[in-house]
Design a protein around this ligand. Structure first.
Ligand SMILES: Nc1ncnc2c1ncn2[C@@H]1O[C@H](COP(=O)(O)OP(=O)(O)O)[C@@H](O)[C@H]1O
Ligand SMILES: Cc1ncc(COP(=O)(O)OP(=O)(O)O)c(N)n1
Length: 276
């Protein structure tokens, strides 16, 4: 009999479905992992930006977490947008209680258009709580710069920063996503056991990249939930996200979403005409 692998995302929402909880659940489903969610903040956002944020009460976040963990235990957990220090403290405590479950920390700080999802003054708390207990942390360039307080302009800088995040912040491993640097899409992984590994994919020339980071960390979480090695999981997440960007969707008036079913489309000759 096949196992049913289970993954839990703890994050904020995106009613247009491109990022946050919605992107995570779509990704889990596409990778044949049973997806579950704990919502931390309701976010009124779309492809053009963030309009409003409504944080859920801490007691209610705890109740959702208990509802999942006491009933359908996940093989892996990821966190995305965790907006308040009390949420971070609660989740750190809970994740430490469940320290045998693999934990992917996506240190979400802002949306693609630069709108903040995390106030500047609580970023240090994120670093000292959730990043510190993660199996793997997945910052983009700006988030890595913030976490380790260094400028990152080259792949060599990414290597130094990934190494420092593990050695100085307590994460067991780190992958810095280089989507915002020029040239090929280069991501740099570091762990003490594996050392530095560089993952590269050709850059797709598109502005429709809303939700790339969420999709990447959710795919990583799904593969880890299946029991794949960290190398295999990062490799699969990179390919899944590259396909989702290659076949991204020209929907909405801003940065359109990535396409979560793109991994099924390899070999098809034309791009979608999403404007109908
Ligand atoms: N235009 C692109 N073409 C191909 N891969 C990309 C592109 N933009 C981002 N990526 C990849 O998508 C993943 C998410 O990266 P990034 O967009 O930097 O994260 P975030 O959404 O958190 O800012 C990484 O694997 C990155 O290399
Ligand atoms: C609720 C929520 N969480 C995270 C993000 C940021 O998502 P990301 O995948 O980094 O993609 P962009 O928004 O940067 O395109 C979000 N927007 N909303």
């Amino acid at each position: 009999m096949n196992s049913v692998y289970r993954a839990l995302t703890i994050a904020g929402t995106d009613p247009t479905g491109g990022a946050g909880i919605q992107a995570d659940l779509k990704t889990f489903q596409e990778l044949e992992v049973y997806g579950m969610s704990v919502i931390t903040s309701l976010v009124a956002q779309n492809t053009t930006g963030v309009q409003a944020i409504h944080d859920l009460p801490i007691e209610f976040i705890e109740k959702q977490f208990y509802a999942v963990m006491s009933d359908i235990y996940p093989n892996a957990i990821k966190t995305g947008m965790i907006a308040q220090p009390d949420m971070m403290a609660l989740l750190k405590e809970k994740l430490e209680e469940h320290h045998l479950v693999t934990y992917v920390c996506d240190p979400v700080m802002m949306a693609k258009n630069g709108d903040p999802l995390l106030e500047k003054h609580v970023r240090a708390t994120l670093r000292d709580t959730l990043v510190a207990v993660s199996s793997i942390v997945t910052p983009n360039i700006a988030e890595a710069e913030d976490l380790i307080e260094m400028k990152i302009e080259t792949v060599e800088d990414m290597k130094k920063a990934a190494t420092r995040i593990v050695k100085e912040l307590g994460a067991k491993s780190a992958i810095i996503k280089g989507g915002s640097l020029a040239g090929d899409a280069v991501d740099v992984f570091y762990s003490t056991s594996e050392g530095i590994i560089v993952f590269e994919a050709p850059r797709t020339d598109t502005k429709h990249t809303h939700g790339t980071g969420c999709t990447f960390s959710a795919a990583l979480c799904a593969e880890l939930a299946k029991g794949s090695s960290i190398y295999q999981s990062v490799h699969k997440a990179k390919q899944f996200t590259a396909d989702a960007i290659y076949w991204s969707l020209n929907l909405g008036n801003g940065y359109g979403p990535t396409n979560h079913w793109a991994h099924r489309m390899q070999g098809l000759p034309t791009q979608y005409n999403t404007k109908g």
